[in-house]
Design a protein around this ligand. Structure first.
Ligand SMILES: NC(=O)C1=CN([C@@H]2O[C@H](COP(=O)(O)OP(=O)(O)OC[C@H]3O[C@@H](n4cnc5c(N)ncnc54)[C@H](O)[C@@H]3O)[C@@H](O)[C@H]2O)C=CC1
Ligand SMILES: O=C(O)C1=NCCCC1
Length: 312
């Protein structure tokens, strides 16, 4: 069994330019609902009540590609004083024929990068052509990976960030290489923005529809429990709502369930040409995270790692 237990080592083997095309292909395969392409049940979750968290189990089998994996992810709604991460994950890659373990790897970088990769795909497909202003709400782990993916793969003239604690936003600015404007309120950050990424741990709406420019694209990444929100009802009702998985969104997204809106399409439906990309309308991509994204990312890490090991 190959062991890649350091997030840094996994991160050094993953690059958005290689990862994103594989994610795009995987999202299309998932939405084709062809069992020889992808079998991926909706995540099962076990509450960790004492610790204010959940364990998520995310198995996936891609028969045609010979990829079998599962991610074990613990995610928490941590109090402000905690120094522990909000998301902690491990990915196991298995040989589908023997069932033997091929690799066990840290899932932190995989989770950060594949989530940002999926959001980047949503923006590429759904934002208005010529989008100039990116706003990021939240300044934690996902904010960083989204900043990296969006600035590397797309071009924005301005990046704004907001955090509910200003020092968090200032720390974020110091940790990235490009220019970023710190905003004192969500409204200030999102007014006139073309693309908005919500990556907070909030359980109540932080983004209100009345602040969002018509035609903007929102990649909504937080609020992955049926009673958690990041977006208000007016935004959900105004927007055309896309998701990574329709079943996942209907089971896990408070923004979808509690607003009562329909998921118009999966991102994979757009990739497959089955559903239109309404670039001129206000769009929301509700991301819950999928095992198939972890599977292709882990398989890419494994391939890169083997190539590196055999070159030595
Ligand atoms: N859709 C997906 O595939 C994934 C979703 N997530 C979710 O994305 C969110 C962000 O994850 P990470 O960046 O890893 O977490 P993190 O803890 O590193 O960052 C969270 C950010 O939210 C801010 N925050 C905390 N409480 C808040 C509140 N009440 N209102 C507004 N902001 C608040 C924090 O200051 C921090 O800037 C979490 O909800 C997590 O569960 C995480 C991984 C994958
Ligand atoms: O897909 C994932 O991985 C996660 N999704 C939502 C919560 C944290 C982890």
């Amino acid at each position: 069994t190959w062991r890649l237990e350091s997030a840094r080592e996994v991160e050094s083997l993953l690059h958005y330019k290689e990862l994103i095309p594989r994610l795009e292909e995987a999202l299309g395969k998932f939405s084709s609902r062809d069992s020889v392409e992808v079998i991926q049940p909706v995540r099962s979750t076990v509450p960790l009540q004492k610790h204010n968290g959940f364990l998520g189990l995310m198995p996936t089998y891609m028969e045609n590609d010979g990829v079998l994996s599962t991610k074990l992810v613990c995610f928490y709604n941590r109090g402000a004083g905690s120094t522990l991460p909000s998301v902690s994950a491990t990915v196991l890659l298995l040989d589908p024929e023997s069932g033997h373990m091929k690799a066990v790897m840290d899932g932190e970088a995989i989770t950060s990068m594949r989530t940002a990769g999926a959001s980047e795909i949503s923006a590429k497909l759904l934002m208005r052509p010529g989008a100039e202003v990116l706003a990021i709400l939240g300044t934690g782990q996902q904010a960083l990976s989204h900043y990296n993916a969006f600035t590397e793969m797309l071009s924005f003239k301005e990046v704004r960030v907001w955090n509910h604690r200003r020092e968090g936003a200032e720390k974020f600015c110091r940790s990235v290489s490009g220019p970023v404007t710190v905003c004192g309120s969500v409204e200030e950050a999102v007014r006139g923005a073309d693309v908005i990424v919500t990556v907070t741990r909030s359980t109540e709406p932080v983004l209100c529809g009345r602040w969002v420019k018509p035609g903007a694209h929102v990649a909504a990444v937080g609020a992955c429990r049926p009673d958690w929100r990041e977006l208000d009802d007016s935004l959900m009702k105004e927007a055309v709502v896309y998701a990574d998985s329709r079943e996942g969104a209907m089971a896990e997204s408070g923004d979808v369930i509690l607003s009562g809106v329909e998921v118009f399409a999966e991102l994979g439906d757009v990739i497959n040409g089955i559903k239109p990309a309404y670039r001129e309308k206000t769009t929301v991509f509700k991301s819950l995270g999928m095992g198939v994204e972890d599977a292709v990312a882990a398989n890419l890490v494994y391939e890169q790692w083997k190539a590196k090991a055999y070159k030595l």
